[in-house]
Design a protein around this ligand. Structure first.
Ligand SMILES: NC(=O)c1ccc[n+]([C@@H]2O[C@H](COP(=O)([O-])OP(=O)(O)OC[C@H]3O[C@@H](n4cnc5c(N)ncnc54)[C@H](O)[C@@H]3O)[C@@H](O)[C@H]2O)c1
Length: 339
């Protein structure tokens, strides 16, 4: 039997792709998810891709007794903590919900890790911790600036909690992965990102427009200080991102960590503008995406992309897939949602 890894939020977008990569590498995966933003059939899909259906438990991580029972029944070698609420706009409308869910979920995990001597935690952080960066590309040494939203603040606080608790609890090791912009889907198109409402992110908006579910794609501003005037992001294929989690777990299990708390940028290191992404999508999929330029959106970051040197050298991880792979897989997944 391989090492046992608990994945919280494992039926979600990034969690499900990570479950697949871990199972491919021989790990035993146990998933907890309350299905507040995902569906149970994802467990079947993970089973179809890998030939091994992971064990699944449905409950909210804020439910301490249920989580404690799971720790009592299993000796986990590591935990990857994805479960969180993640909609920036919703967090502005309802900050307390975000502090409650995102922070109490993490606190319950940490309490039980201490109680049951579980050492290794990988945390889903985000480039949002950097706010509006003053220098590009962004390195991990860039200080956090005032969070743009309560959601972003929960990621900053989450990282701070890990930093402090690993200093005081000597058996605990933690590693945060600061994701840039995850997009795309598994090449099988059996798992991907589930759309909820009007997408706030570019790629689901593109695929839904291409599918005829939306009349036009809105491009928020084309007068920014960038070569074509549209905002720039570092898009990362979700399968590459999933593989970064496997490397993170391996690093911890192999005692390769240099400090009890570490953090890495996970991106491609390359920025792409909104118009470049649309053009890449249209070209690789041979389909037109009608778009209109509208006003800038309040709070949007103009340009951000990662310096990934630390992840490349220390984590021994590098993104392999390009924008074409991202756009192709995103469209293949979208087509499964409309048929
Ligand atoms: N997708 C992105 O663009 C992005 C970028 C940076 C960071 N992140 C972070 O990565 C993680 C995963 O994101 P995702 O895109 O896969 O989101 P997702 O919503 O698809 O997955 C999160 C999963 O957690 C579950 N969940 C939420 N609250 C829970 C709770 N209290 N108890 C149990 N389960 C709960 C949801 O049902 C969902 O399946 C999140 O922490 C998110 O903040 C995502």
């Amino acid at each position: 039997m391989g090492k046992k890894i608990l994945i919280t939020g494992g039926t979600g977008y990034i969690g499900s792709h990570t479950a697949v990569e871990l199972i491919h590498q021989g790990y035993e995966v146990i998933i907890v998810d309350d299905l507040s933003n995902s569906e149970q059939h994802t467990i079947e899909s993970i089973g179809k891709i890998t030939g091994k259906k992971p064990e699944f438990h449905q409950f909210d991580l804020r439910d301490f007794p249920s989580l404690a029972a799971l720790f009592n029944e299993n000796k986990f070698d590591g935990i990857i903590h994805f479960a969180a609420k993640k909609a920036v706009g919703e967090s502005v409308a309802n900050p307390m919900l975000y502090y409650d869910v995102n922070l109490n979920s993490m606190l319950n995990l940490l309490k039980l890790m201490e109680l049951y001597n579980v050492s290794n935690l990988v945390f889903s952080s985000s480039c949002t911790v950097y706010g509006q960066p003053s220098q590009l590309p962004v390195t991990e040494d860039t200080p956090f600036s005032l969070a743009e939203s309560p959601y972003g603040h929960t990621k900053q606080i989450g990282e701070d909690i890990l930093h402090q608790t690993t200093r005081t609890n000597r058996q605990l090791q933690a590693l945060s992965l600061r994701y840039f912009n995850p997009v795309g889907a598994h090449p099988s198109a059996l798992i991907g990102e589930l759309p909820v409402g009007v997408p706030a992110n570019l790629v689901p908006f593109i695929t839904q427009t291409a599918a005829g579910l939306r009349a036009t794609l809105k491009v928020y501003g084309n007068d920014y200080d960038t070569p074509d005037g549209t905002a720039i992001r570092d898009y990362i294929h979700v399968v590459d991102l999933a593989k970064a989690h496997v490397r993170a777990i391996e690093r911890m299990l192999n005692h390769e960590q240099k400090k009890s708390y570490e953090y890495f940028n996970i991106g491609t290191g390359k920025g792409s503008s909104v118009l470049e992404v649309i053009q890449a999508f249209e070209k690789i999929n041979q389909i037109k995406v009608p778009y209109e330029v509208v006003d800038r959106r309040a709070g949007d970051i103009v340009k951000i992309y990662a310096d990934t040197t630390r992840a490349n050298h220390e984590l021994n991880w590098k993104a392999q897939l390009n924008l074409d792979d991202m756009m192709k897989s995103a469209w293949k997944w979208q087509k499964t949602l409309i048929t």
